[in-house]
Design a protein around this ligand. Sequence first.
Ligand SMILES: [Zn+2]
Length: 238
Amino acid sequence: MNATDAKSLPDWRNSNLGTRIRVAVWLAVEVGEGGHFTKQQLRDAMPGVEQIDRRMRDLRPAGWSILTYRDIAGLAPGELQLDKIGKPVWEKEYRAAGLRVITATMRRNLFERDGHRCVRCGILAGEIYPDDTAVTARLTVGHVIPYKYGSGSTMADLVTECARCNETAKHLTSPRLNEQQVWDELVELPRKDKFAVLAWLAAGRREQSRVERVVSHIWQLPGVHREAIQERLARTLS
Ligand SMILES: [Zn+2]
């Protein structure tokens, strides 16, 4: 039996396998090259498995081509096409294929460079989302160009993102707002702010203002020091 024989594939239902491997086998067996699927189908196949979208994206740097409606015409939003099966990550020698190796030092330097905040939405580590008070932001490492995932793992290729912004693909399949709603909000902004939005979009990241930089630095202090600063500031202003 050769390695590419379908019979040699492990069973994607086996929960002892890593999620990336299960997703790869599911795609190869249930979808096949050229086949269409939705993330919901994938999630339904492996209920309760966490970060399944991310594990699917992790296949891209291993040579798997998975297209969205952004890449090709004819797909509905949320629909995906398995364009090409890449390296057989279910085989031992390919298990780590394409997985990025980001050391703790790199991560620290990256967060430092980006001011311990998400470069997409600007939220600081530990802050509560203004539109979702149940969730505090957790910082994670993302790629400068999310859809060129696997383009590289040097500092220049990476950015600090909050976990929510990092799940951009998830947002694509379940948009909370439509284009017109967002546009209507945008046109209400003063002209100066429209320029700021345009600059932000063109750069793919939000530059930190002096105010935000100071707040970010305060936020990185231990809690007692943060409280001390808050008290001092309140005294100064009273
Ligand atoms: Zn964010």
